[in-house]
Design a protein around this ligand. Structure first.
Ligand code: F6R
Length: 609
């Protein structure tokens, strides 16, 4: 999704902006641009379709003498991914320029009005409307003009505005799309996420909706739409939150897969009480009394986080007596659901900024539900608007395909399940054995990671196929969905996840020698049923690659290839089973020469509906 970086200080602005843009590349984008106020040329804009490198190459020899600027990576919503549509956008005078994340919903009405008033548009974007609107209101006060323009905008946005005649300040606005100020020593930054700034400062201010920040090199002022000054806390990020290096791995995705022993440990570190067979979640303590009385939990999320939610249903059903629903956030927000104060709505989100999840949460809040979050990005919007929640503490996830956060989400859902369950029917023995099993998981993940060379070899063999079916049952049905998503998003191979029991209701007609099946078939209580499904596939000439345990001899014998994973208790097995399938997707994509960390058309943080 679009990225914003801004700088105001004593350094040369262009290298700072370029470095920031590179650090935002993981979000996914199709064009990039920047604007600076050069000491001799005034306002200059450089933009380019394609990668940040292309932008850098086209401007590298121009040596702009500027210490203030704004920069952007664009992920197209309105208009094609072209150089003209790339940000920044200027007004008719060429003195005002704007970068923007989000969507202006009433842009066509505004555009019509502005065209009638004589403004000349050159792009197809909604963003250009903002530049012309500011021009319309500008007399000699940029802050006032921005304020007046913002009053007219419907939609979500993070904005940065610069004017050639205002040489010492930038105006930043937030409504719906995240913008962060970075506080340096005699210099200020702004960005759409902290990664862009983490090698310059660890002191961040999270702007809130309808904040307008006037940023100068050694000061900043934050106001609301009524021009009243707002106090905002400065957060100091720790090293884990700020670290975005590949640490010698070829891709962030691979690094993040290999970080899972640590990220899983971080998810439960200090949160397990073995002697009482329970978990302790400080983030939920303020709402614990209410949570104990909750009769229904609705899990809402998107994509991989939604599949974590599906796992959550099984785990909550197993550990608690509460009614559980799982909903796609994008559907939830438009449905007529029975929500009241006995309902908790738990959002699961890596970024904490996903537009649909955010909107669904707001809807739930309006209806009086207790709203909770499982979020990785500290200080993100979801983390801030929820009544209470649990952080993943997994460090930044840069690879667009989520890996370490998925397993971390499964762990945290388990912790919440145990916590609530122990106030209900879950016995000490069950709680304690689950806690003990969970503690062993990081070591078991390490064992799986050691088999990466074998997984790579098998992935090469399967990389020639263009269709895959993933099947699993019960706790591993979500594993099948998530594993299929991993393969399709980074290798562009058609992959479908199915509940194994659904095979004979349709998908089995697809099976032939060119349509392999990945069967997630651990040695658990539905093993016999899985074996029957696998038999049906074999009978139709289909190849089978299984994820299973050493003890499941029949699965091993029936499969063409196997990923053998250590055995844990049934409900935790999905945390282990997904690991070889993440690696499988990674190595297949690598074999096919795909851009693994930045798959086409995808964005890391989906801040538009
Ligand atoms: C897939 C993936 C996405 C996200 C989804 C929700 O690998 O990462 O499907 O899970 O866009 O994002 P968050 O968790 O940030 O709300």
């Amino acid at each position: 999704m679009c990225g914003i970086v801004c700088y105001c200080g004593n350094r040369k602005a262009v290298p700072v902006l370029m470095e920031g843009l590179r650090r935002l590349e993981y979000r996914g984008y199709d064009s990039a641009g920047f604007a600076v106020i050069d000491n001799t040329q005034g306002l200059v804009v450089e933009k380019k379709k394609g990668k940040v490198n292309a932008l850098e190459q086209s401007s590298i020899n121009k040596h702009y003498d500027a210490s203030m600027g704004i920069a952007h990576t664009r992920w197209s919503t309105h208009g094609e991914p072209t150089t003209i549509n790339a940000h920044p956008h200027k007004d008719c005078t060429g003195k005002i320029c704007v970068i923007h994340n989000g969507i202006i919903e009433n842009y066509s009405i505004l555009k019509e009005e502005l065209v009638k008033a004589g403004h000349h548009f050159i792009s197809d974007t909604d963003t250009e409307v903002i530049a012309h609107l500011i021009e319309q209101y500008y007399k000699d006060d940029l802050e006032l003009a921005v304020l007046m323009a913002v009053e007219r905008l419907n939609g979500t946005f993070g904005l940065a505005v610069m004017h050639e005649d205002v040489k010492d300040s930038l105006i930043i606005v937030r409504r719906g799309s995240p913008v962060i100020l970075g506080v340096g020593d005699g210099e200020m930054f702004a960005a759409s996420d902290t990664n862009a700034l983490s090698n310059y400062t660890n002191r961040m201010i999270y702007l809130q909706d309808d904040d307008i920040a006037i940023v100068k090199k050694d000061s900043y002022l934050i106001k609301n739409l009524r021009s009243e000054i707002q106090e905002r806390e400065i957060h100091e990020l720790n090293e884990i939150e700020a670290d975005v290096d590949k640490a010698g791995f070829e891709h962030f995705m691979l690094k993040e897969i290999f970080e899972q022993p640590e990220s899983i440990k971080n998810a439960f570190r200090g949160r397990l009480i073995q002697s009482e067979g329970v978990s302790k979640l400080g983030g939920l303590e303020p709402v614990m009394e209410r949570l104990k009385k909750i009769r229904k939990i609705i899990l809402i999320s998107c994509g991989t986080s939604y599949y974590a939610g599906l796992f959550g249903r099984y785990i909550f059903e197993h550990l608690t007596d509460i009614n559980i629903d799982v909903e796609l956030a994008s559907e939830f927000r438009y449905r007529k659901l029975k929500i009241d104060e006995d309902t908790a709505v738990l959002a699961i989100s890596q970024s904490g900024e996903t537009a649909d999840t955010l909107a669904a949460l707001k809807e739930a809040k309006r209806k009086g539900a207790l709203i909770l979050g499982i979020v990785n990005v500290v200080g993100s919007t979801i983390a801030r608007i929820t009544d209470a929640g649990v952080y993943n503490f997994a460090g930044p996830e840069i690879g667009v395909a989520s890996t370490k956060i998925y397993t971390s989400q499964l762990v945290i859902l388990t912790l919440i399940g145990v916590l609530i369950g122990r106030y209900q029917g879950l016995s000490y023995i069950e709680g304690a054995s689950l806690v003990a099993a969970l503690k062993k998981v990081p070591k078991q993940v390490e064992e799986i990671l050691k088999t990466a060379p074998l997984i790579e070899k098998i992935a090469k063999k399967y990389s020639k196929f263009n269709d895959f079916l993933y099947i699993g049952r019960l706790y591993n049905y979500p594993t099948a969905l998530e594993a299929a998503l991993k393969l399709k998003e980074i290798s562009y191979i058609h992959a479908e996840g199915y509940a194994a029991g659904e095979m004979k209701h349709g998908p089995i007609s697809l099976i032939d020698k060119d349509f392999p099946t990945i069967a997630i078939a651990p040695d658990d209580l539905v093993l016999e049923k899985m074996l029957s499904n696998m038999q049906e596939i074999k009978a139709r000439g289909g190849m089978i690659l299984s994820v299973t345990n050493e003890s499941a001899k029949d699965v091993i014998d029936m499969s063409d290839d196997n990923f053998i994973v250590p055995k844990t208790i049934d409900i935790l097995q999905p945390i282990l089973n997904i690991i070889p399938l993440q690696l499988f997707a990674y190595y297949v994509a690598k074999e096919r020469g795909c851009d693994i960390d930045k798959p086409r058309n995808l964005a890391k943080s989906v801040t538009v509906e």
